[in-house]
Write a protein that binds this ligand. Structure first.
Ligand code: SF4
Ligand code: SF4
Length: 100
């Protein structure tokens, strides 16, 4: 198998219920905490899918769409801002794992 860059690998991820518009997100982030009391904003650099970003005004934003369900942010956030629940197979989105 050809060695792919991380961005190329992420582009191959497919999701259950991909075409559904009403998807219940499996991660909800209280960005008020991110943008007020969080001293390190570590999820903006540990998320492999770049779901947490920081803008030019140092404001943290979160978007769940590219999440690969690695679980890193669930452990990395020590500020109580991340509510992480495995997606329901019917109403959640959820990564379709092909290789285990
Ligand atoms: S570590 Fe937690 S509180 Fe800080 S930016 Fe990340 S999600 Fe927000
Ligand atoms: S579970 Fe992983 S990929 Fe998804 S938002 Fe958290 S760190 Fe990013």
């Amino acid at each position: 198998m050809k060695n792919l860059k991380l961005t190329e690998r992420l582009g191959l991820v497919s999701y259950r219920n991909q075409s559904k518009s009403e998807i219940k997100p499996h991660i909800v982030v209280d960005t008020d905490i991110c943008n007020s009391t969080c001293p390190h904003k570590c999820t903006t650099w540990v998320c492999p899918a770049n779901c947490y970003t920081m803008d030019e005004n140092n404001q943290v934003h979160f978007q769940v769409e590219d999440c690969i369900e690695c679980g890193t942010c669930m452990y990395a956030c020590d500020q109580g801002a991340v509510d992480w629940n495995y997606p329901d197979p019917e109403i959640g989105r959820g990564v379709t794992w092909n290789f285990g």
